[in-house]
Design a protein around this ligand. Structure first.
Ligand code: SER
Length: 401
């Protein structure tokens, strides 16, 4: 089954069950300053969960379904393994008081086992923690569907989702595992979490489900990793580097939604992805034209026709940034070859340690000591903020994978 068919099957399945299919929102959230990128399908629907907007008025239905473009870079170090990506599509069905656990679980089970013909390894439910009780209702529903099913129970770290950013709707989850991978996360939005972490009950209970399309396609197509699915085929034909394929793909989607490389916020994340892609291409002795070809392959992918309209601009932004970076890196490395301390790659060229380590030999402890010194000496607050981000400790996006 082709990925396009799987996506369509999901949307049609829920359309037939009373859902209005809604287009993906931009990867740049329209009205949510609490996060830099759209990290989940529910994000564009946040106001409907908390009673701030009327879904019937806006969409003609309390129940919606979508395939949402998402960006999450908090697990960037894992990219290249079998299933982590910085950009992915999230299939989701949502309800704002229209239906509750029984329908959500029964439909998920039906879609996975009947529509896709997959076997569920096990499911997990919320075990109960502090002031949120164990989810006995979901346990009963799963048992009524399949008395043999394995049900595991976990606490807040695993089976409770949200909010995205500092506050918002959240709740216990039930998750479906196939071939050892969590494919579907079904969230029962019953609570609103305040900035101080306190929970209050939402007036209307909501359903928010999320299923990463790339992982689902991997499971359906029985490939070893997401990179062998049809979603990555044309990219991996150009380069074996999964990091290059992933990072350029994410960059293309960011740029087509209006992000430009810079030293702050979204622009910095884009810059970091493009630089990382270049450094990895360089490591395997691939020229910059490979990055251009991968960008073209993303743009030409049959699933993403709407990227065409931005094609020229996107490629220009990708290549402009990479050429600029290449020049700076070459100049910096030349200085290091001549005997300068690799720390100048940070002070003069703004390169983070993770990239410097890829391009030259660094004494990590010494580098970190130099970094401490540098921070102490720097009296400019803005610069301190930048170096904290360069250190990779910031996770400004929120959301968990
Ligand atoms: N919001 C949940 C997630 O991102 C389910 O859609 O996993």
């Amino acid at each position: 089954m082709h990925s396009g068919e799987i996506r369509q099957k999901f949307l049609s399945f829920f359309e037939k069950r009373g859902h209005k299919v809604v287009s993906s929102a931009s990867v740049v959230p329209a009205n949510d300053p609490s996060v830099l990128f759209t990290t989940a399908g529910m994000q564009q629907f946040k106001p409907y969960y908390i009673g701030g907007a009327d879904a019937v008025k806006d969409f003609g239905s309390l129940n919606l379904a979508s395939s949402q473009k998402c960006v999450r870079t908090s697990d960037i170090e894992e990219v290249g393994d079998k299933s982590h990506l910085t950009f992915f599509e999230m299939l989701g069905n949502f309800s704002f008081g229209g239906y509750w656990k029984k329908e959500a679980i029964e439909w998920a089970h039906e879609f996975i086992t009947k529509e896709l013909g997959l076997t569920i390894d096990y499911v997990s439910i919320f075990a109960g923690e502090v002031n949120v009780p164990e989810d006995k209702e979901s346990e009963e529903i799963w048992k009524s569907i399949d008395p043999e099913i394995t049900i595991k129970k976990f606490g807040r770290a695993d089976n409770f989702w949200g909010p995205t950013g500092e506050e918002g709707p959240c709740g216990p989850t039930t998750e479906i595992y196939v071939d050892g991978i969590e494919v579907w996360n079904i969230v029962f939005n019953e609570y609103y979490q305040n900035k101080d972490g306190g929970l209050t009950s939402l007036k209307v209970r909501g359903i928010d489900t999320g299923m990463g399309l790339e992982r689902l396609v991997k499971v359906v197509q029985q490939t070893d990793s997401v990179f062998e699915t049809d979603m990555f085929e044309s990219l991996i034909q150009i380069t074996d580097s999964r990091i290059v394929a992933d990072h350029i793909r994410t960059s293309v989607f960011m740029i087509s939604d209006g992000v430009i490389p810079s030293n702050t916020d979204r622009g910095y994340i884009l810059r970091r992805l493009l630089r990382r892609a270049y450094v990895h291409a360089r490591k395997i002795e691939a020229g910059t034209e490979v990055l251009n070809s991968v960008a073209a392959a993303v743009i030409n992918h049959p699933s993403y026709r709407n990227l065409y309209s931005f094609a020229a601009n996107t490629k220009e932004v990708v290549m402009g940034e990479i050429e600029k970076f290449k020049k700076a890196l070459d100049a910096g490395l030349k200085q290091v070859e001549k005997g300068e301390d690799p720390f100048i790659l940070f002070t003069s060229y703004g390169l983070p340690l993770e990239i410097i380590e890829e391009v030259t030999t660094v004494d990590k402890e010494k580098f970190e000591r130099q970094m401490e010194e540098h921070k102490k000496m720097s009296s400019v607050a803005g610069e301190q903020k930048f170096s904290a981000k360069v250190g990779g400790s910031a996770n400004p996006e929120g959301g968990k994978n």
